[in-house]
Design a protein around this ligand. Structure first.
Ligand code: SDX
Length: 392
């Protein structure tokens, strides 16, 4: 009677948890955040507003959004001691390796001030994580290219601040193009949350033991890195670049269909979507808009569009219900903005942090929640007696 209802996608028996944040209907290609369709949020909202929605359950008033944004903005700086942490990494370290280490290290700075049983301290920890991820991500990029770190500014939006921290150098200020800021903000919205995916389930499982939220998010980052999950955006663009030209697509389609070949079309297929990933729809349109407005003619985009058309009309992909997912087109946009492929999954982790902390808060604030303890189907030997080594 409150407009709150439970969709039953028919697999209640295997559901790992109850959650009211995000609903996915994989057969219909539906994705809702607190009831709002992802397409509407991507086109009409902002990442700060979607973050507020995921954390609080309702879209904010103008004042609520202003207050939330100011709070996040005022947490964007990191402890100066954290900057020395980067210097322990090799310059060519993968930025995701740096993110795992640095975000986990935040526990050392905030462990004693994060009583997870105190809702107020949970909120502060959540705001700190959402606010500091852009700074930590930009620092990971700066470290990898040997440029000095750029401090956040309080007069810029969340996304413009991140772009400036990433691309500004002392010799030349980076003025974020509104087209790029809008595209980046849209990409953050599209990656914000996605129900109980592998990395979110990792954060929930780690958090269910009462672990420090900073350590839990570091665990989520580690899981997201895999090429079957968040690492697919980096792998998808590398694959499209390797294909290079439209005439080479059939060779890769054949490989993807060959059971003896471990090759998979990166950015295609999904554990839940057996229809078009609604995020991919927005991503393709955003890629077209950004390339046109920036005057970038990237042949990789043509390869991506042609590959999609061939795959969608191929009986194998139709039978297996394989469609482009969120990772298929995102790399085209990120590359046009100027990010190296190694940064793509870092950007996914930056955006997904709001979903991870919202899901963590939802779980921790449930008084009935217990430590996660998945069971198994045992396939090992039946009980037997020990044999001394002299008799083996
Ligand atoms: C993300 O869970 C989430 O919500 C994740 C995510 C999020 O927002 O958090 O949406 C983000 O991780 C998106 C997925 C990104 N990963 C990729 O793009 C990597 C390429 N995709 C594949 O590795 C694969 O599609 C998975 C891992 C995503 C899903 O693999 P599954 O579980 O095997 O998928 P499936 O059961 O639907 O596969 C059906 C069949 C299988 O063959 P059979 O066993 O029936 O013979 O299709 C095959 C698969 O082998 N298949 C593919 C394929 N994906 C599945 N064949 C070729 N190319 C592919 N991309």
């Amino acid at each position: 009677n409150t407009g709150m209802f439970t969709y039953d996608p028919g697999f209640t028996s295997t559901a790992s948890c109850e959650s009211g944040l995000t609903y996915i209907d994989g057969d219909e290609g539906v994705l809702l955040h607190r009831g709002y369709p992802i397409g509407q949020l991507a086109e009409q909202s902002s990442f700060m507003e979607v973050s507020y929605l995921l954390l609080n359950g309702e879209l904010p008033s103008k004042q609520e959004l202003a207050d939330f944004t100011r709070t996040i903005t005022r947490h964007t700086m990191v402890h100066e001691q954290l900057t020395t942490f980067y210097r322990g990494f090799r310059r060519d370290a993968h930025p995701m390796a740096i993110m795992c280490g640095v975000v986990g290290a935040l526990s050392a700075f905030y462990h004693d001030s994060t009583d997870i049983n105190d809702p107020a301290q949970r909120t502060i920890a959540s705001h700190r994580l959402i606010a500091k991820m852009p700074t930590i991500a930009a620092m990971a990029y700066k470290y990898s290219v040997g440029q000095p770190f750029v401090y956040p500014r309080n007069d810029l939006s969340y996304t413009a601040n991140f772009l400036r921290m990433t691309f500004s150098v002392p010799a030349e200020e980076y003025e974020p193009d509104p087209v790029i800021v809008d595209a980046m903000d849209k990409i953050f919205i599209l990656h914000a949350d996605h129900e109980q995916n592998a990395s979110t389930s990792t954060v929930r499982l780690a958090g269910s033991s009462g672990a420090n939220p900073f350590a839990c998010i570091a665990a989520g980052i580690a899981c997201l890195w895999g090429p079957a999950h968040g690492g697919a955006n980096e792998a998808a663009l590398n694959m499209l670049r390797e294909i290079g030209t439209v005439d080479r697509i059939p060779e890769y389609i054949a490989r993807a269909k060959n059971k003896d070949d471990p090759f998979r079309l990166m950015g295609f297929g999904h554990r839940v979507y057996k229809n078009y990933d609604p995020r991919a729809t927005v991503m393709q349109k955003t890629a077209k808009d950004v390339l046109e407005k920036l005057g970038v003619n990237d042949p990789v985009f043509d390869v991506a569009k042609e590959l999609e058309q061939i795959a969608l009309n191929d009986p194998y992909f139709i039978e297996k219900k394989l469609y482009p997912n969120v990772d298929f087109y995102s790399g085209v946009i990120l590359s046009a903005i100027g990010f190296p492929t190694e940064m793509f999954t870092v950007l996914f982790a930056l955006a997904r942090t709001v979903g991870w902390v919202a899901q963590w808060n939802e779980m921790i604030s449930d008084p009935a929640q217990k430590i996660g303890r998945p069971r198994q189907l045992y396939t090992g030997p039946v009980q037997r007696d020990y044999v001394p080594v002299a008799d083996r």
